[in-house]
Ligand binder design. Structure first.
Ligand code: NAD
Length: 370
């Protein structure tokens, strides 16, 4: 009698490959099956420190692949070609990158340059007919943000923003629990975001390139977090700025801003954005029946969360790997994320930041209707 083992030993490798493997694959759990779906082919524009972090993380992506690079520095392009196996034909500089239009091997361009450059660069990407991904802040004010959204709409491409926390498991679990009413009626959010910034010559302290100071860079996490943690849009804003070092933090570059939101439900938020305080990376959400805390809340991780019921035990992920795979799902398969990552979402943050700066400048309480 022929046993199953005899049978398997007798048949050739090619038979296994052609007839048995597909059925074996069907029997495998989903996670061990090789991915066979569409892959998002991405070029990164601006090869600085965060771009390098994204490129490294993309090496572990399943659905997104780094295939191109755009830089003003030829040596960086050569180094990226070697490090990430990028073909020379997918490399451009800031003068030539509009030619990406004629490159069928690139689906999207991810802009990771200083904040004030995103506007023009994203519009050029849109005009080249490629999906556009911008780092945060998407622009330096809501007007420029709207122009970017309009350009992408007109070109028929999608615009996404690198809101990596929108895919982070602890964050999503708290949002799920809040939606399930586990915390009761939300009453208060606190967002503390800041670090002591170093080199005074860096672009982050140059208004022309940064569009502001700590608010644009790190305070935006508290702005955005206040919205996704409470599930509401602020209807009023107040803000106060303090500056201890006017030499380092020049006119138009905020060192520290405290800001407060009121929400239509009656909940409030109190937040702090600073370039001059360390260890600020904490979100706290309070409700009538419970609370949630993320601490650290927006750093590269590991993110830690707990609620009134105890520690959260969500998986620890590489934010940028997860983000790029999720972006592939959104751009190629029309997936809708739990918290939006599109240009309209970014414009809301920019309208709020515009209002925070206005409130800090004038001392007025600013009404908003987002
Ligand atoms: P960086 O200074 O390390 O890199 C900026 C890159 O832009 C460099 O390669 C630089 O050569 C290039 N560049 C092009 N034109 C330039 C010009 N005129 N002046 C200066 N540099 C120019 O900065 P980074 O930390 O990589 O930040 C880039 C963007 O990424 C910013 O918008 C920042 O807010 C965002 N960022 C996001 C995260 C996140 O977690 N999502 C983290 C860090 C930075």
């Amino acid at each position: 009698m022929q046993t199953r083992r005899d049978f398997l030993q007798k048949i050739t490798g090619s038979v296994i490959a052609t007839s048995l493997l597909p059925r074996m694959a069907q029997a495998l759990p989903l996670t061990t099956r090789p991915y066979e779906g569409p892959v998002l082919r991405v070029a990164i524009l601006g090869l600085g420190s965060y771009a390098t972090r994204v490129a490294d993380a993309m090496q572990s992506c399943t659905k997104a692949k780094l295939v191109g690079a755009i830089s003003g520095t030829p040596a960086k392009l050569t180094a990226w070609q070697a490090k990430y196996n990028i073909p020379a034909k997918n490399c451009y500089n800031y003068e030539t990158f509009d030619q990406v239009k004629d490159n069928p091997d690139i689906d999207a361009v991810y802009v990771i340059t200083p904040n004030a450059l995103h506007h023009d660069q994203i519009i050029r990407v849109a005009k080249a007919g490629k999906h556009a991904i911008s780092e945060k802040p998407m622009a330096v004010n809501a007007k420029e943000g709207q122009e970017m959204v309009d350009a992408c709409k007109q070109a028929g491409v999608k615009l996404l923003v690198g809101y990596r926390m929108h895919f982070e498991p602890h964050t999503l679990e708290i949002i799920r629990q809040r939606k399930a009413n586990q915390y009761g009626k939300i009453t208060f959010f606190q967002g503390l975001c800041g670090f002591r910034i170093g080199d005074p010559a860096q672009w982050r302290l140059n208004h022309a390139l940064a569009g502001g100071g700590s608010m644009m860079d790190i305070g935006i996490y508290a702005v955005n977090g206040a919205r996704y943690m409470t599930g509401e849009e602020p209807s009023w804003i107040t803000a106060q700025e303090t500056k201890t070092d006017p030499v380092k933090f020049k006119e138009g570059v905020d060192e520290t801003i405290q800001f407060q939101f009121g929400f239509p439900s009656g909940a409030t938020a109190s937040c702090l954005s600073s370039y001059n305080m360390n260890f600020l990376d904490r979100f706290f959400l309070d409700g009538t029946d419970g609370y949630a805390e993320l601490w650290p809340s927006t750093g590269y991780g590991p993110i830690k969360g707990r609620t009134n019921k105890g520690e959260l035990d969500q998986p620890i992920v590489v934010h940028q790997t997860l983000q790029m795979d999720e972006f592939a799902d959104i751009l190629l398969e029309g997936h809708q994320p739990v918290v939006p990552v599109d240009g309209e979402e970014a414009i809301k943050d920019l309208k709020i930041i515009d209002a925070i700066y206005l409130a800090a400048r004038t001392g007025q309480k600013i009404a908003l209707n987002l």
